[in-house]
Design a binder for this molecule. Structure first.
Ligand code: COA
Length: 168
């Protein structure tokens, strides 16, 4: 398994992981599956904005991916990003998520960013534990702001401060 920047050829694997998460998890609060064109547009937007899309691959198989984008679309949030990380269902629990996240954090530091934000469904114990192990702190919870599978979902915010600057 290696971790590298994604290319166009990885987008089918990324789409499949994304759609499995839509169907089966509360990690993505979307109900509608996406096609390859949707992932192409997403990938192009990330590239245009200079944000990374990393994949964990074995040969030409995508085992997981991680990326970040803007957190909020106001000037003052420009050094804060919100990330996502998804591991293929049959590849979870083998440490791929932590490896992808470490690579993504390094990328964010390399880009001079200041904060990474994770917005996690409050029942997603594996993701909350993963972020805790990586040094993210718990910074709040918003009850019942979402819904999926016929129930309300709570959102937990975690963040990692990437550098020690006391001012921008
Ligand atoms: C959360 C996620 C990214 C963690 O990545 P990972 O590569 O599975 O991480 P790890 O290998 O460190 O395993 C994390 C925990 O998953 C659990 N786990 C173990 N085997 C597992 C399996 N076969 N299937 C699912 N979870 C498993 C364990 O509790 C493990 O913790 P442990 O190290 O104390 O045993 C991954 O499970 C995932 O993609 N989940 C679905 C999408 C998601 O929730 N993304 C995050 C959105 S914020």
């Amino acid at each position: 398994m290696i971790i590298r920047d994604a290319s166009e050829a990885d987008l089918g694997g990324i789409r499949d992981i994304y759609n499995d998460a839509v169907r089966n998890t509360t990690a993505i609060w979307n109900d509608v599956e996406v096609d390859l064109d949707n992932r192409r547009a997403w990938f192009a937007a990330r590239q245009q904005q200079g944000f990374p899309v990393l994949v964990a691959v074995a040969g030409d198989e995508v085992l997981g991916y991680a990326s970040y984008g803007p957190w909020r679309a106001f000037d003052g949030f420009r050094e804060t990003v919100e990330h996502s990380v998804y591991i293929r269902a049959d590849q979870r629990g083998q440490g791929i998520g932590p490896q992808l996240m470490r690579a993504l954090i390094e990328r964010a530091r390399g880009q001079g960013l200041h904060v990474m934000v994770a917005a996690i469904e409050s029942g997603n114990a594996a993701s909350i534990a993963l972020h805790q192990r990586l040094g993210f702190t718990h910074n709040g919870q918003m009850p019942q702001v979402g819904q999926k599978f016929g129930r309300w979902l709570d959102l937990t915010f975690m963040q990692l401060i990437l550098d020690p600057r006391s001012a921008p």
